[in-house]
Design a protein around this ligand. Structure first.
Ligand code: C2E
Ligand code: MG
Ligand code: MG
Ligand code: MG
Length: 277
């Protein structure tokens, strides 16, 4: 009986696994097809300067709007795209589209910096630096207005190569932000070795700002970042009290649903123009 149950479970397991493999194969195909069919969009979440309360930047966040499945969140496809290598192509589309939007806005007098998420795989891909510099040059973009968001995951592998690429970007004038700080493989030595301009405190710390220990963490990260000449940005701010706390401890910027979710380019523009007069 036990044997049967065991075999049954094994059977179930392979079916389950099979289904998962099939799902990821079809996701893999659909993801690539979606780029040909122009189904990806960038949405923009405002970055708020805490002192002035105004929008100083926008983070580009990818959306896959599938005609059959609706809007698909990046958490569903970015990690698969990293595994199967598609991230290089997709990431290149993201860079181009973000720079296109930045240029469009600049020409309308909307002069804000744009933050772009770049995965470690993409940074190490063929010619990332040359292609990226050429993209900025061709569009006469001020590199200081472009901010590349990386995660601590990048430090785990090929850290020598990554460090070289980040230094090259930084020397060119592009800003580097460390995203989701505190959730990954944080090591203070990385903050020393890599040219980080901005530290983004992960939402998990911001959620917990009102417990005794939680507030010590947020406070300490802000102080440490600023002592190292970094700007510190709080992620995932959902309540007024969090903004008040962040203001009290002198945090530089925040992002979060309290101010706005990521919006399509038109809606972002409307919001920006509303708050700027
Ligand atoms: P991230 O870069 O840390 O982006 C922040 C995520 O938190 C976004 O989710 C954003 O919509 C969400 N968020 C912002 N404020 C709040 C808030 O107040 N509350 C809550 N609950 N969530 C908030 P999203 O857009 O689903 O993106 C998830 C992740 O996918 C991003 O995390 C980033 O790691 C990745 N990603 C998004 N776009 C790209 C891209 O173009 N390229 C790459 N490589 N990764 C991307
Ligand atoms: Mg980010
Ligand atoms: Mg983040
Ligand atoms: Mg994240």
């Amino acid at each position: 009986e036990a044997k049967n149950r065991g075999r049954g479970r094994y059977h179930f397991f392979t079916e389950e696994l099979n289904k998962r493999v099939q799902d990821s194969i079809s996701l893999d195909k659909n993801m690539r097809k979606a780029l040909e069919n122009d189904e990806y969009q960038l949405h923009y979440q405002p970055k708020i300067d805490i002192k002035s309360g105004t929008i100083v930047g926008a983070e580009a966040l990818i959306r896959w709007v599938s005609p059959t499945q609706g809007s698909i969140a990046p958490d569903v496809f970015i990690s698969l795209a990293e595994e199967n290598g598609f991230i290089n192509e997709l990431g290149w589309w993201v860079l181009q589209d973000a720079i296109r939007q930045h240029t469009l806005w600049k020409n309308k007098g909307i002069d804000i910096s744009i933050s772009i998420n770049v995965s470690a795989k993409q940074l190490l891909g063929d010619n990332f630096i040359d292609q990226f510099k050429k993209l900025l040059d061709d569009n006469e973009v001020d590199p200081g207005k472009i901010d590349i968001e990386i995660t601590e995951y990048l430090f785990l592998q090929h850290s020598e190569e990554n460090s070289k690429i980040l230094h090259e970007l930084h020397d060119y004038g592009v800003k580097i932000s460390l995203d989701d700080f505190g959730t990954g493989y944080s090591s203070l030595s990385y903050l020393k070795r890599f040219p980080i301009d901005n530290l983004k405190i992960d939402k998990a710390f911001i959620d917990d700002y009102d417990s005794k220990r939680g507030s010590i963490f947020v406070d300490t990260i802000v102080k440490m970042g600023q002592t190292l000449n970094m700007k510190v940005i709080a992620e995932g701010v959902e309540h007024k009290e969090q903004v008040e706390y962040l203001s009290k401890i002198g945090c530089d910027q925040y992002q979060g649903y309290y101010f706005s979710r990521a919006l399509n380019a038109d809606d972002f523009e409307t919001l920006f123009l509303e708050q700027s007069h």
